[in-house]
Write a protein that binds this ligand. Structure first.
Ligand code: UDP
Length: 564
């Protein structure tokens, strides 16, 4: 059966249930964005033409909203608590629904059990039973609940699960045995899923799938209106909780800021002004989402104090024509040195409050400066007040972009098929690569065949030997490409090294998330023994990593150019 685009979201609003503040917030958002979703569906339908889209039965189990996992978020929706997750879940539901799939939504263990066909009251079902869903979207809490209550079915069907995982899970933390042996064990990792089954809020590492969310899009008239109505001296501070105003050293840069601009805040408060917020700040309190957008439309500057990390708000600000100013982190924040990231299954180093804004958007919309350097900070404020910027929203954060991406995932990502041939290993047949004419990298041989149905398309693949200490994520970006973990198996043999003219004295095959790689001292080449450990993330000064890179669609980094 083919899926048919839907443009009326009222049935989805019913499916979403009611009661909790979090659900109310999500439903308001979905309702507000209905027209944008409908328009996006129309455009994508046109773009895809008669491309086949299989209809799927999908269960969405939002684990963090269940009472059984403590549901700490719902009571904080109106009190300045995090909203990013709810923004994302609302958008995932809308996208799946608009794409025309069969949808069930659960936010309690009881509903989950009844949808899975587990008899209520029974802790778990020991037998495997047929699963009535082709796909299940959940989070780490939901994953745990399914493991506990699905019995043997869990093992059988876990390949159908997609885990919405804000910060991402790197392969080294995902592989249970490896994580345990090498100190990558955390509260969250070690599920031995295909790393692509984890779906992130921003494109962190291509080892995971980038899910994202959407930001409201303006039409041309609105854009012109906004540009005309900006108050060049109005700044809004990023953050809903008073705690961000306690940041050390903020007096200095806040003093400079207030010299030039009128400072506004949207900090939650109960009855009286939060004492952390200085008197000269015009605090609006926590605003409903549409009013927050209105405030951004008037403001020139949206300024981050260093926390929260990587939320939706800066994208909304930029989409509404603000400049986003944020602090550079030096040294970078990571699970090694910052409480917030501790125990998260990633080694990622965060060089600013919002790395996506810094790296994918940048100037003139995004300024990343050292807040400890008063001169640099002051110069930035002055320059920002003088610059005219247009509202900007990257395609991948528009409704159409998100629909396009999820469509591609649903039609092409397949983790249940019997594993293909083992990675070639030391005795690999000829790899399908040749050395590029300039001899710096490998490219796909013109006459090499591609397995039918393979996705992403391998033709776009190019492979480099990275500098020591360089992760494949970065090595590929250096060449204007992204790392593509699905292509590691092609490189995992002596042949690839030979063609790159890497002088391997010997070749060994081991479990190591940095392999395939070449170690200069000893001239040794290392191959990957465990396919689950192929990883774009990760580096060591000991190794030149062998990195598979691919091209991507403009504004849609998740998809290669021929991948729709
Ligand atoms: N937001 C809001 N009212 C406000 C400030 C922000 O509704 O006064 C919304 C904003 O539109 C954004 C969401 O809160 O979509 C989450 O933004 P943030 O970047 O702060 O991420 P969080 O830390 O909440 O996950």
């Amino acid at each position: 059966v083919q899926a048919v685009f839907r443009s009326n979201l009222s049935h989805l609003l019913e499916l979403m249930g009611s009661g909790k503040e979090s659900l109310i917030f999500m439903k308001k958002r979905t309702k507000r964005l209905s027209a944008q979703w409908a328009l996006a569906a129309q455009r994508l339908a046109q773009k895809l033409g008669d491309t086949r889209r299989d209809h799927k039965q999908i269960l969405v189990h939002i684990g963090f909203l269940t009472e059984e996992s403590g549901d700490v978020f719902s009571p904080r929706v109106l009190k300045g608590g995090p909203l990013g997750e709810m923004v994302q879940w609302a958008d995932i539901l809308a996208a799946l629904y608009v794409l025309g799939h069969g949808l069930r939504v659960t936010v309690s263990l009881k509903e989950l059990q009844s949808n899975l066909g587990v008899p209520p009251g029974r802790g778990s079902c020991p037998l495997t039973m047929p699963l009535p869903f082709d796909l299940i979207y959940t989070d780490y809490h939901g994953l745990q609940q399914m493991k506990q209550h699905m019995g043997l079915s869990f093992k059988k069907y876990r390949c159908r699960i997609r885990v919405i995982d804000t910060f991402g899970t790197e392969p080294a933390y995902n592989h249970e045995e490896y994580a345990t042996l090498h100190g990558y064990r955390t509260n969250w990792g070690y599920w031995n899923l295909n790393p692509k089954q984890f779906m992130t809020m921003f494109p962190h590492t291509p080892d995971n799938s980038f899910m994202g969310f959407v930001s409201e899009e303006l039409n041309e008239t609105e854009k012109q209106l906004i540009k005309g109505g900006k108050a060049s001296n109005m700044a809004v501070v990023y953050g809903k909780e008073a705690s961000i105003w306690k940041l050390q050293g903020k007096e200095k840069f806040l003093g400079i800021l207030s010299k030039y601009m009128e400072v506004h805040g949207t900090v939650y408060y109960e009855s009286q002004r939060p004492p952390e917020v200085p008197a000269f700040v015009k605090n609006h309190g926590l605003l409903p989402q549409p009013e927050f957008q209105q405030l951004l439309r008037k403001a020139k500057l949206f300024i981050g104090f260093g926390f929260p990390y990587e939320g939706p708000a800066p994208l909304e600000a930029i989409a509404n024509g603000c400049v986003f100013l944020q602090s550079r982190f030096s040294p970078p924040h990571s699970s090694l040195n910052h409480e917030f990231f501790r125990g998260k299954p990633t080694s990622r180093e965060v060089f600013s409050q919002h790395p996506y804004a810094e790296n994918f958007i940048g100037k003139p919309h995004v300024w990343t400066v050292d807040y400890n350097n008063s001169e640099e900070f002051e110069a930035a404020i002055k320059a920002i007040m003088r610059t005219q910027v247009d509202p900007y929203l990257p395609y991948e954060y528009t409704c159409e972009g998100m629909l396009e991406r999820i469509h591609a995932y649903i039609q092409h990502q397949e983790f249940c098929a019997a594993p293909g041939p083992a990675p070639p290993g030391a005795h690999a047949p000829q790899s399908p690569f040749v050395l590029a004419p300039n001899a710096t990298h490998l490219e796909w041989a013109r006459n090499a065949s591609v397995a039918p149905g393979a996705w992403p398309l391998a033709h776009s693949l190019r492979a480099w030997l990275a500098a020591p200490g360089r992760a494949c994520t970065d090595a590929c970006l250096d060449h204007g490409l992204v790392c593509e973990p699905a292509f590691f198996p092609f490189l995992n043999g002596r042949d690839a090294f030979l063609k790159l003219q890497v002088p391997c004295d010997s070749t060994e095959s081991e479990m190591n998330h940095l392999y395939p790689a070449f170690a200069q001292p000893g001239q040794e080449c290392y191959l990957q023994k465990e396919p689950l450990l192929f990883s774009c993330a990760g580096s060591s000064t000991k190794y030149h990593r062998l990195c598979p890179c691919r091209d991507f669609r403009k504004g849609q980094v998740a998809l290669c150019q021929g991948c729709l």
